[in-house]
Each structure stands twice: as structure tokens, then as C-alpha cells.
Design a protein. Structure first.
Lengths: 298, 298
């Protein structure tokens, strides 16, 4: 890569910026950010790269463009860059769901321009360039979407890029991607939001001050439920078919748990609790979480 | 306190043992533990206190007895200690639900013997004496149950004890306790178990290997879903009425979320996501969790 343009410089955009600069992956890095508050943070933090006011400067001078905005902003940005984007430029994004955005890309992006989607599996409950870190992608999975229009050359370019960033690359179709992450990421977030919402409703109805007793479990969910609302609204809307199915499976299982509890079905409940326990050690073995009890918090 | 008997020396029992010894809260500490594997761990760890083989020795010589076993073992133990317990001895326990155990105590404990229940809000997904720590109760809430039979003198004794341990003491009725913790602790655990179970079902049906992509959210739930199955079965069974109501509220809210997602109700969903976010900062302000993003994992 010679030059890279990052569009949207929040938590992940700024983390990419830091990493690309640190590892000297590009000759020049352009940053396009529409939020004035984020721009002033970036300046204050003295982050590398050149903030550009006109998209055109970045687009015509870059070999790789990375969309790091909420997914609901892709369409408008595509319509803008269509006016000056060159066929040699490769576009990617880091959005968390893929089927819907691939439809937007297909429908609106100028013909002959290549966009191969990426999804680095990382993030945090905090947002904004001040929370970005250069090691946030290190040893994390990065999914590259391989659909029927993906060229081998672009796949290779992008794989090389993410490997330089420090990610472990794996390719899959957008359909498979959206199904897998509806369960491992989208449903957990929705459930966390829903649990905190239920606690708030309960607190209001009962007039109990209960948040102060959240150390018994609720606090873990509150972290995930503090995630960026625009990003998560976009994910929920974009992957609604898979998420709906995941909700149905979840409610079916929860009703079975309720039945087991109310009938004191010892055998059935112990079987479930013992089986779910095994996932934790699998996750730790796969290095998807730290192995310290309680996330090493105490 | 002169002498204390700890019945059940797993994670919390052994943490109490370590703390009582470190802070010199008792002259002598007796430990009664039925699991041979735990006894051999306790010996290997050279934990303080005297392991007793006969319950009688500990019971007749102690001013305070603390039940740290799963709640399903209380009944059998009560029937045993009834034979030699003296009226001067105060009994407490650390069980996570209170209404059902108070019924067992009332029904089976010899008349004239005082049992005032406690619930320190602490714990971990790991079990056993090897995971105990002397600071696990420090600055954590400890609920003492005040019902119509609770004497002021026992309340004072127990408050003094838990304050020496390092906990912040609060008193409430067993009814209020079980309602609050059905939401802040029991439902979150059930939901975590249920989410992991749903992921396992999905993995089986789809034949996808998806646990390796759990860093996007699922991993947090897997920690809670790795908690001790006997302890949690007991809690679910003992607090089934409140938990059933909590499940109903949760499912009602989840179906509303589903409706919002499927109808792309932007206003309604953003309102919820923004509101739930506020709980996190409240929890951090109340010092119920650490303030580092991602629990400081990275």
C-alpha cells in the first residue's frame, strides 16, 4: 500500500490509524471525519495522518479506502465518492453485518469499482478516537467476505493488509458471516440491552434502588449495554432476519428453563448447567478471553 | 467472637477462613467439610483453622456457625446439629436466596436456636478452596436478613462480624432480598446460561464452529455460565416465583425489541439503547465495577 484513506475516525478508525502509522504500513494516511468534536480530539491527541476536509483529496490519492463509520452512513458516502473514485482503488469497511451493506454497495457504488468487505472482531463499550489503541486488532480474527464478485487479487491485497495489522484472517460468505455473528455477537448485545432495560423497568415498578446491588451479575451485562447506540441500531436493523431467528431460539430455550425451574426438574437443569460450563474452557483454550477468574478484575 | 465454625469450605467458605484468620477475628476456627477432595486441597494449601471430622466438636465449641454449603444441604445438616447445638450459639449462612431457606430453618431447626441469615454479594465463576481469597468480601455489600424473629442483639453481633470482615452491611427482609436479587443476580445468571445453551444449539444445528468467534460478546456470558451448577440449581429452585416473574418481564421486553427491529423503529430502539447505557456509569460511580473499558482485559 502506498496511501490509505480512513473514513470515520472513532474507536476503530483511530485504532487503525495508530496501527498503520506505528507499523509503517502506508506512505501517507488520510483521515476523513465529519464530527467536529472528533476532529478536535484527534488534533489534541496529535494522532498521525492528515485530516482532509474534502473527500476528493483522499479518494483520488489512496490505494485503499477503509470505511469506519456507522453502516447507515455508507450510502451517502458512496454517492459522494462515486464522482472521483478510480478503478485502481480498493475499498473495504469494518462493519459488523454484511448482507445488507453488500446490497447497498452493489446498488449504489459506481460499476467497475472494487469493494471487498472486512470485519475485524474487536471493539469496546467505549467510543471515540480518544479510546482507540494500536493493539486492538492484534491476534484477533478478521473476517474477509468472499462472495462471487470477489477477485483473488483483492482478497490477497486485503489479507496482506490485515495480517500486517496483526489480525488472523479468515474468509467466508456474507451469509455465513451474518448467521454466525447473529449468535456470537448480535444476540449477546441485544440480550444485554434487554436485561438492563428489564432491571430498569423493575426498579421503576418496585421503587427499589437495585443498581447498587449489581455486582452479583448485572454489572457484566451493563458493560455490553453501554455500547454505541448508532452502531448497534445499524447492526440490529441490518441483520434483522438472523437476529429474529436467534431471538426465537433464545426465547424457546428460556421457556424450557422456566419450565424446569418451576417443576424442579433436577436432572434436566443440571444437564444444561454442566454442558454450558464447558464453553468457557473452550473459549479460554481458543484464546478468545483471558483465563483469570472474574476477568482478573479483583 | 471466640470460636467460629465454618461448614463447607469451597470458594466462599475458604475465603472467610482466610479472612477470619488474617484479621484475627476468632480465637479458634473449626472447618467442617464433607468432600475428601476439598479436604486434601485445604491441607495442601496449608489453610488456617482446624478441620474437624465430627460436627459435634465444632458445634458445641463455637459462638458462631456459618453455613457455606450449597443451600440444598442445609436441611440434612440442621437435623444433625440439632442434637448438640447450644442456645448461646448464633448461626448464619451465606446463601444467595432467602425465603425458602428461612422456611427450612423454621421447620427443622430446634426451637430456641437463633439463625440470622446473611448474603455477602461476592463470588466468582470458579469453585473450590484453591480459588478463595481473603479480600473477596472487602467493600462488598453484605445483606443481613431482618425478619420478625430477628433479635437486635444477634443483628448487632452479625453486623459487627461482617464489618470486621470488611463488608458494607445493609439489612432487609427476605422477601425484598429475593425480589432484588432475582433481577440483579439470578436472572443475569439464567440468561447467561440460556445464551450459551442457545449458541450450543445453533452450533449443533448449523454445523458451524462458532465458539472461536466469541470475542464479539458471547465470551462475557460464558464466564457467568461457567458458575457452579449445584449452587445455581439451588438458587433457581429456591427463588422460582421471583425468577419466573423476572423471566416473563424479560421475554416481554425482548419481544418488544424484536418488534422494533423488524419494523425498523428507529426512535423506539434508540431511546432504549441510550437509556440502558446510563446504568453503566451509575454502576461505576457506585463502585460496583471497575471503570476500565472492557474490564481492563486488554
Amino acid at each position: 500500500m502506498k496511501n490509505i484513506l480512513i473514513i470515520g475516525c472513532g474507536l476503530l478508525g483511530s485504532s487503525l490509524l495508530r496501527r498503520i502509522s506505528k507499523k509503517k504500513i502506508a506512505k501517507r494516511i488520510f483521515v476523513y471525519e465529519k464530527s467536529k468534536s472528533n476532529i478536535s480530539k484527534i488534533n489534541k491527541l496529535k494522532l498521525p495522518g492528515k485530516i482532509i476536509k474534502s473527500l476528493k483529496t483522499g479518494v483520488v490519492n489512496s490505494d485503499l479506502i477503509i470505511f469506519c463509520t456507522p453502516m447507515s452512513e455508507y450510502r451517502e458516502l458512496i454517492l459522494k465518492i462515486n464522482n472521483f473514485i478510480l478503478p485502481k482503488t480498493l475499498i473495504t469497511d469494518i462493519g459488523s453485518s454484511k448482507i445488507e451493506t453488500s446490497k447497498v454497495i452493489k446498488k449504489f457504488l459506481k460499476k467497475g469499482i472494487h469493494w471487498t468487505q472486512s470485519h475485524p472482531i474487536t471493539g469496546s463499550e467505549v467510543s471515540g478516537p480518544e479510546h482507540g489503541k494500536d493493539n486492538i486488532f492484534e491476534n484477533k480474527w478478521c473476517i474477509i467476505i468472499k462472495d462471487k464478485n470477489t477477485t483473488k487479487s483483492n482478497l490477497n491485497k486485503l489479507t496482506k493488509f490485515w495480517k500486517k495489522i496483526g489480525s488472523n484472517v479468515v474468509t467466508m460468505s456474507s451469509e455465513k458471516h451474518d448467521r454466525i455473528f447473529s449468535i456470537t455477537s448480535h444476540l449477546p448485545h441485544l440480550i444485554a440491552y434487554n436485561l438492563v432495560k428489564s432491571a430498569q423497568d423493575f426498579e421503576k415498578n418496585q421503587k427499589y434502588n437495585l443498581i447498587k446491588y449489581s455486582a452479583g451479575g448485572l454489572r457484566d451485562f451493563s458493560r455490553i449495554a453501554a455500547s454505541n447506540e448508532i452502531m448497534w441500531r445499524d447492526i440490529f436493523f441490518n441483520n434483522k432476519n438472523n437476529i429474529s431467528k436467534a431471538i426465537d431460539l433464545f426465547i424457546k430455550n428460556l421457556n424450557e428453563f422456566k419450565k424446569d425451574i418451576n417443576s424442579r426438574n433436577n436432572k434436566s437443569i443440571l444437564k444444561k448447567l454442566i454442558k454450558t460450563k464447558k464453553v468457557r474452557s473452550k473459549i479460554i483454550k481458543l484464546k478468545q478471553d483471558i483465563d483469570k477468574p472474574d476477568f482478573g478484575r479483583n
